[in-house]
Design a protein around this ligand. Sequence first.
Ligand SMILES: [Cu+2]
Length: 159
Amino acid sequence: MVLAAGVFALSACNNADNNDEAQTPPPAVVADPEPVPGSIILRAGDDMKFDQREIKVKAGDTVKLTLKHTGKAPKTAMGHNFVLLKSGVSVDDFIAKAVEAKDNDYIPAGTKDVIAHTRLIGGGESDHIEFVAPAKGTYTYICSFPAHAMIMNGKLIVE
Ligand SMILES: [Cu+2]
């Protein structure tokens, strides 16, 4: 009896570990966050578009960015993230790797191509990140959910 319970507990544990689509959202994703003062608010909804295709920041500044999913669709169907790519990274090459990284919210594990990124979020959710603006230049940001980057992209201009 004790043994059976132990086996059951172990198998339940394994199931949880193997379940890549976590059912509980990570704590940083909240439905209605307090706005962080000084944040850039980037919105994307069920229409699969970023509301800003150009964001200007100053080199060395701490960029505060909140991604808000203004739609209703779940992240499995219309997930969005903000992924800022290092300069020189090919978007096509990156998204080819990202599409294989479903288990990691479409961020290739251990990638060196990314300056900063949010979590993947669904309708009604938000995520906030802060990162130091890189050197002056123009950087591409995308949503790495499959087939979104062709439309969901923009330029971070560092002045
Ligand atoms: Cu998206």
